[in-house]
Design a protein around this ligand. Structure first.
Ligand SMILES: NC(=O)c1ccc[n+]([C@@H]2O[C@H](COP(=O)([O-])OP(=O)(O)OC[C@H]3O[C@@H](n4cnc5c(N)ncnc54)[C@H](O)[C@@H]3O)[C@@H](O)[C@H]2O)c1
Length: 555
């Protein structure tokens, strides 16, 4: 038995034991938590389909929700106007005034109610997310449900600790003062989110914003709005069961106009999760009211494979990093930088597996590894970038084309692709693909790997694989990014006390973790006398007004 098998078996055993323990802990935690009743997804289509008027009139006033894997229209929802968005902000503000005085006990109850529902209805939640976004159920279980549950569990266990007043040193001169920082709710958080994880993108800002004592107005993407009907019902039922004020969470459906109204509206903090291009608009719009923004923008993560990397570990991780949710991840591995010594073995192994992947509608017959592209036109954009790279000398070892799987004539699919011979001068190295392309460049030293990794406008996540953790850390420390996972991919996202965010065109500010939770608060500095009955401070006589040279300086 090789070292690798022993290593993998031990890792698997550890995961199984820890997983079983976690399930027990979560169940015990939720035992005395109220259960909520929510109309399930089966009620969505009939009840919420509100098709009215001619198609041209509908275009501006309705969001047409389609299943990206089949092209079927699922329902239509209102495209809210600026006036409607402002009305929702006003309602949220009224609720925020009440909720800011809520206790941590009540906020925890709210999160426990949500967690209990999510754990017991994960299948429905995944199926709805899969239908809305085109991702396979496994990807939904992993990226929508598991991550959300883990984030809620972290806030429940540590959130209060990080939002409690924190003592600070007052310094030598102010030794008689007690100094602290307090974290108060900002008020109304406005969040604008994309379509790639319809469930997680809503619950991620929601749980943190509400736990910090805020109201939330959240604009969901026009390309994944249908699921917000079901998820909105979960939220409403949980708020009611926890005794939270009505209107605390407002879901906005619509297009750019609705998003812009939110950024220009009376909100106290904006979290924008989306493209770099729209992020720039958001920042400009927020400037008028000086509303603070956190920008979580595009990514193009480098995945560095050193010559001493364990390929049994790196290859499966590379495949998941590139193809999870068909590559529609902000922190998606898009640039593989592989040392010449292991390059050929690495590409041969990733190509061999990629050629065996099954692709099709996630809710169709049979198991699929890869689903559909959610955004209309994205499959063609991926094709354009791959074709451009090929025209400049890159070679396709797997996939490389738009496909039409059986049973999905109207679906949007691009085949999982392995591309080798990629160079920084190619568009595919510089532009975000947001699709299932594992693009490989060759390097011959650690210094070259660093230089290649940094030769890109984005700086969100990254990964470094080497049997020497010292070597991997030395490389990681030179990467201009917000996050690095050593011998793994995107695990910083699963370590819940860590912040999430990028540098350069990937944005700024931090979301999630301790920094992210605190970023939803007003950080207030407070100083008071340390021992007021013993030492009260007043302005020394020589500094008191009115100034008088004779009196004070003795002249
Ligand atoms: N860094 C992260 O955490 C993260 C996470 C997921 C996705 N993303 C990024 O999101 C992008 C894909 O998502 P997308 O196509 O939905 O992005 P997008 O920027 O086109 O849209 C995001 C949201 O912004 C809204 N919007 C559009 N124009 C607006 C405007 N002028 N003012 C305000 N809001 C406006 C959209 O309606 C949508 O809800 C990718 O670039 C991806 O990397 C980033």
């Amino acid at each position: 038995m090789s070292d690798n098998y022993v290593y993998n078996a031990a890792g698997l055993l550890a995961i199984v034991i820890v997983g079983a323990l976690l399930i027990k802990v979560v169940k015990a935690l939720l035992i005395s938590t109220p259960t909520i009743d929510v109309l399930g997804p089966e009620g969505l289509k009939a009840q919420d389909k509100t098709v009215n008027g001619s198609s041209s009139a509908r275009a501006a006033t309705q969001v047409v929700c389609t299943d990206p894997a089949t092209g079927e229209v699922i329902c239509e929802l209102p495209a809210m106007t600026a006036a409607q968005v402002n009305e929702r902000i006003t309602q949220a503000r009224q609720a925020a005034e009440v909720w800011r005085r809520s206790s941590f006990k009540q906020r925890k109850l709210l999160l426990r109610i949500m967690l209990k529902y999510i754990v017991s209805h994960q299948d429905e939640i995944c199926r709805v997310a899969a239908r809305d976004s085109g991702k396979p159920l496994v990807d939904a279980a992993f990226g929508e449900v598991m991550v959300t549950c883990e984030k809620i569990a972290w806030i429940l266990s540590e959130g209060e600790r990080w939002l409690k007043p924190e003592k600070r040193s007052a310094g030598a001169m102010m030794f008689y003062k007690a100094a602290r920082v307090e974290f108060h709710p900002v008020g109304v958080v406005g969040a604008i989110v994309p379509w790639n994880y319809p469930f997680h993108n809503v619950f991620n800002p929601l749980t943190a914003a509400l736990f910090a004592g805020n109201a939330l107005v959240i604009k969901v993407s026009e390309h994944a709005s249908w699921s917000s009907l079901y998820y909105g019902r979960i939220i409403e039922a949980a708020l009611q069961a926890a005794g939270a004020p009505k209107g605390l969470v407002q879901i906005i459906t619509g297009y750019a106009e609705a998003g812009e109204a939110l950024t220009k509206g009376q909100v106290d903090k904006i979290i924008f999760v989306g493209s770099t291009q729209v992020g720039r608009h958001v920042m400009r719009a927020a400037a008028d009211r000086l509303t603070p923004v956190t920008l979580e923008l595009g990514g193009k993560d480098a995945f560095i494979v050193c010559p001493d990397a364990d390929l049994n570990q790196a290859v499966p991780t590379a495949l998941r990093g590139a193809f999870q949710s068909c590559g529609q991840n902000c922190a998606g591995a898009e640039r593989f930088i592989v040392h010449s010594d292991v390059h050929d073995t690495f590409v041969q192994r990733v190509a061999e597996t990629t050629n065996r992947l099954r692709q099709g509608p996630p809710l169709g017959q049979g198991m699929v590894d890869a689903g559909a592209m959610c955004l209309p036109g994205l499959a063609d954009k991926v094709a354009e970038l791959v074709d451009d790279a090929v025209a400049q000398g890159a070679k396709v070892l797997a996939g490389g084309k738009v496909v039409h799987p059986a049973g999905a004539p109207g679906g949007q699919f691009y085949a999982p692709t392995v591309l080798v011979g990629v160079t920084p001068s190619m568009r595919i190295w510089q532009e975000e693909v947001f699709g299932p392309v594992l693009a490989v460049a060759r390097c011959s030293s650690d210094a070259e790997a660093v230089q290649l990794a940094n030769s890109c406008p984005f700086g969100l996540g990254s990964a470094v694989f080497s049997r020497s953790q010292r070597r991997a850390n030395a490389i990681a420390s030179q990467l201009r990014v917000g996050m690095t996972s050593i011998n793994d991919f995107a695990t910083t996202y699963m370590c819940q006390s860590l912040p999430f965010g990028g540098v350069k065109e990937s944005g700024f500010g931090r979301f999630a973790g301790i920094e992210g939770l605190r970023a939803l608060c007003v950080t207030k500095a407070v100083a008071e006398d340390r021992v007021p009955w013993l030492m009260k401070t007043t302005i020394p006589p020589m500094l008191q007004y009115p100034e008088s040279k004779e009196d004070k300086l003795g002249h």
